[in-house]
Write a protein that binds this ligand. Structure first.
Ligand SMILES: CC(C)(COP(=O)(O)OP(=O)(O)OC[C@H]1O[C@@H](n2cnc3c(N)ncnc32)[C@H](O)[C@@H]1OP(=O)(O)O)[C@@H](O)C(=O)NCCC(=O)NCCS
Length: 169
């Protein structure tokens, strides 16, 4: 559940510095802020799915869903997701991700792929991707590779391929 007075909304012009600050504080480096900057200028970007939580006049959390290739499915990748350190542990991150997924469903996307902490992703409803036969050429811990079905029964048949913007080289 969201704290009282908090609103969830797509990012607006002028939010980018505050979003970068949330990402730097949560991840303790620049990598995720740089990733969002690369994605923002790319074909993967879906403006409605770059979502912030605003509490009074401060942005306190951020989640991004952007396009990813996964066979014929109309698929998204979740990430980054970040909550300002002094707001973590209060269920804000999970609530934000679930709202972002609802918005993606209403935009008719089929599924969302994520790589991240299994317990957090599980609390948002993500299931192990490999259990559904979803593959990727990226090497990662199986439990961290997750899928959320937005339209029942639509599972990607091809491997998940992240756009070049996800690579920082
Ligand atoms: C991860 C993050 C977005 C979670 O947001 P939050 O508001 O702190 O988390 P919530 O209170 O909604 O937690 C929901 C569940 O996820 C778990 N969880 C939260 N952060 C976790 C983490 N880093 N690793 C594993 N589990 C985690 C919680 O224990 C809780 O589990 P429960 O339902 O079994 O009690 C936030 O802590 C954060 O910004 N962390 C740093 C950035 C990061 O690691 N992002 C990766 C997300 S894919």
């Amino acid at each position: 559940m969201l704290p009282p007075m908090a609103i969830v909304r797509p990012e607006q012009p002028g939010d980018d510095d505050a979003i970068a600050a949330i990402l730097r504080a949560a991840f303790n480096d620049d990598s995720e802020a740089d990733l969002v900057e690369r994605l923002r200028g790319s074909e993967s970007w879906v403006p409605e799915l770059s979502i912030v939580v605003q509490q009074e006049d401060q942005l306190v959390a951020y989640a991004l869903l952007s396009r990813v290739t996964a066979g014929e499915a109309n698929a998204l990748a979740l990430g980054p997701v970040a909550v300002l350190p002094d707001h973590q542990g209060g269920r804000l991150g999970g609530a934000l991700v679930r709202m972002a997924l609802d918005r993606a469903r209403s935009l008719h996307f089929d599924c969302a792929i994520a790589i991240g902490p299994p317990r957090f992703l599980e609390s948002c409803g993500f299931e192990p991707a490999t259990a559904h036969g979803v593959t990727t050429q990226v090497r990662l811990p199986q439990d961290a590779f997750r899928i959320f079905q937005l339209q029942p029964g639509v599972i990607p048949e091809g491997p998940v391929l992240w756009p070049d913007e996800w690579s920082d080289s």
